[in-house]
Design a binder for this molecule. Structure first.
Ligand code: ADP
Ligand code: MG
Length: 321
């Protein structure tokens, strides 16, 4: 199977393109027609074998995750997906692997109406690089630099389960089969919170997706906004799963703060928007937990039930630390 046959067989699709994708893959460039007046939101994420995933991972799960982590960036910006490109380096053209990968990829793409509009395919160590494009009306993007003193800090869903799954794979924790299935799905098939991101337009101030751990990703918001935050440990624990808390509150706090790969959203909103945040969460069918507040003192603080400072466990993941 040659390069073009591989692309045709696994990535070329027959279904009609979106109206705002007048020309999809197959030409020198794709042509997109975003809604006039909207801003184009663009983001790239790379997944490298041995670094972001192991070679034995289910290819469908990998296809899902490669797109999910990119869509998660659109969600964190409050952008609506349009399309994406896929640059793929493969050690060999393995038909069964490619079919599984494409199935996982397109299932998620179709669920969000996000069209594959082009890419590049080459031989090399397994490596995936996706670029997603979305759109957002001017002024409504959820930027990291927009947090204000007095804002509430929220997270969506539950944090730390992907890190728990990793710990099971490393042999540091044992879970029963049902719990392992749940946390493994959180790690291998993260859900981009697109509906929540859209519903938070005009409600939230700042947002980011949690790819490297809450302390790191909230830390980016704090640094960009020139503010600090104080989090309540008891509230943060409410944003962890029963599976994680069953392994102890201190572990749950540590994984919630520093575990990567959750792809939930962390966002800030002024207290007068609490009802609107609740409505946005209900609309997205997703729980959100208010975990603390933005304040003027730079840095991130964690308080226990007696409002005493707790040491922040660990560090967020950093590829070059
Ligand atoms: P170029 O010569 O411009 O690099 P290619 O020959 O690499 O183009 O690709 C031919 C067409 O197939 C282009 O439209 C490109 O966007 C598309 N394409 C290549 N690889 C992929 C891929 N993995 N997924 C989707 N589209 C792809
Ligand atoms: Mg090419």
């Amino acid at each position: 199977m040659g390069e073009f046959e591989l692309i045709r067989r696994h990535f070329q699709r027959q279904r009609p393109a979106r109206a705002d994708v007048p020309l999809g893959m197959g030409d020198d460039c794709a042509l997109l027609l975003p809604t006039p007046g909207q801003q184009l939101a663009v983001s790239t994420d790379m997944l490298v074998e041995g670094r972001h995933f192991v070679s034995t991972v289910d290819p469908a799960a990998l296809g899902h995750k490669a797109l999910a982590v990119n869509l998660s960036d659109l969600a964190a910006m409050g952008a609506e997906p349009l399309g994406f490109t896929l640059a793929l380096a493969l050690p060999q053209a393995d038909d069964a692997w490619l079919a599984g990968f494409a199935r996982g990829l397109f299932e998620l793409a179709d669920a969000h109406g996000c069209e594959l509009v082009g890419g590049d395919t080459t031989r090399g160590p397994l490596n995936l690089c996706l670029t997603v494009m979305g759109q957002v009306p001017p002024g409504l993007a959820l930027r990291r630099a927009a947090a204000c003193v007095g804002d509430d800090v929220y997270v969506s869903g539950t944090l730390g389960d992907a890190r728990l799954a990793l710990e099971v794979f490393r042999g540091g924790v044992a879970l029963d089969a049902a719990a392992f299935t749940r946390v493994r799905a959180r790690m291998e098939r993260p859900t981009p919170r697109l509906a929540l991101g859209l519903a938070l337009r005009g409600v939230a101030h700042a947002a980011a997706d949690i790819s490297d751990g809450l302390s790191g990703d909230l830390g980016h918001i704090l640094a960009a906004s020139g503010v600090g935050a104080t989090l309540q440990a008891a509230e943060l624990l409410r944003a962890t799963s029963d599976d994680l808390r069953a392994n102890g509150d201190m572990r749950a706090l540590e994984y919630a703060l520093t575990g990567g790969d959750d792809y939930e959203l962390v966002f800030t909103a002024p207290p007068d928007q609490r009802d609107a945040v609740a409505r946005a969460a209900a609309h997205a069918g997703l729980g959100v937990t208010r975990i603390g507040q933005i304040d003027a003192t730079p840095g991130l603080r964690l308080l226990d039930m007696q409002q005493q400072p707790l040491a922040l466990p660990g560090r967020a993941f950093d590829h070059f630390a």
